[in-house]
Each structure stands twice: as C-alpha cells, then as structure tokens.
Design a protein. Structure first.
Length: 149
C-alpha cells in the first residue's frame, strides 16, 4: 500500500521532466554518412564546462561551448580534444562527426553531417523554456551552427 503513493509521485516527476526537457539534440558517437572515407565519430566531452556522459546530448537552444573528442589515429592513445562555440536552434537534432585530411593525422575538423527537425516540437516554446528571447531561424549550413573552434 505504501508503494502506490511513491510510484505515483515518481510517475508525476518523470512526466514533468519530459515536458520541460530541452529539445535541441547533439547526436554524437555515430556516423550518419558512411561514404566519407576520412570521417570519424566524435564524442561530446563537456558542454559549457560541465562534463557530459549522455549520448545523445540534450541541450537548451542558444550558444554553447562544446568540448568534443575524436578518436586518435592508429598508433596513438589519447583522443584529440577541441572546443567549439555552437549556435544551436530549438527543436533540432544535429548529427556531428569529424573529418580528417588523411587517416594518419590527428588534426580534425568538426562537421555537421545532418540536421533534422524534432517532430511535435514548438520552437517558440523551447526559447521560452530556455529563458531566452525568440530568435529568427538561422540559415541552413555549418557556418550558421559552428561559430568558432
């Protein structure tokens, strides 16, 4: 009998968390376009200086400093970390990866492989949940998302 109120409370808290979850998603740890020969998967290490262990990473829309790790090339053990400033739109899923010049170099460049809209999501509501003024949609392309890095 005592477990019923606890179960009800947990259910309510989970439903509240679902309704307030930010719907900007960084999908890492996978390759969307497998035909790119020097493309490697990346892992989000930190967002705005706070470590991240989730994959994909759910964020509020707006500007974020994202630290990303690419796996090392053959013969090396340490991943190569880079920090990028990203301008993320609400209700959007970004598939991210890294491009290398060749398989032997450790240097890489972040690429946005694919951008998808999240179904059933209202951008105006997401800006409001993030506590930010609504911003006009950015033009498509990597340059609108990757501000610096």
């Amino acid at each position: 009998m005592k477990s019923r109120p606890v179960l009800t409370l947990v259910s309510v808290l989970l439903l509240c968390a679902c309704s307030t979850a930010p719907l900007t998603i960084l999908s890492d740890n996978q390759i969307y376009h497998r035909t790119e020969i020097h493309r490697v998967k990346v892992r989000v290490e930190a967002v705005d200086g706070i470590g991240s262990v989730l994959s994909p990473v759910y964020l509020e829309p707006g500007m974020h400093r994202v630290t990303i790790a690419a796996p090392p090339p053959s013969g090396f053990r340490e991943p190569v970390l880079k920090t990028y400033t990203l301008n993320l739109a609400p209700c959007t899923r970004y598939y991210i990866a890294a491009d290398r010049v060749n398989p032997l170099t450790s240097d890489w460049k972040l690429v946005i492989e694919e951008v998808e809209s999240v179904a059933g999501c209202d951008p105006a509501l997401e800006w409001k949940k993030a506590g930010l003024p609504e911003q006009p949609p950015a033009p498509p392309g990597d340059s609108a998302v990757i501000i610096s890095g």
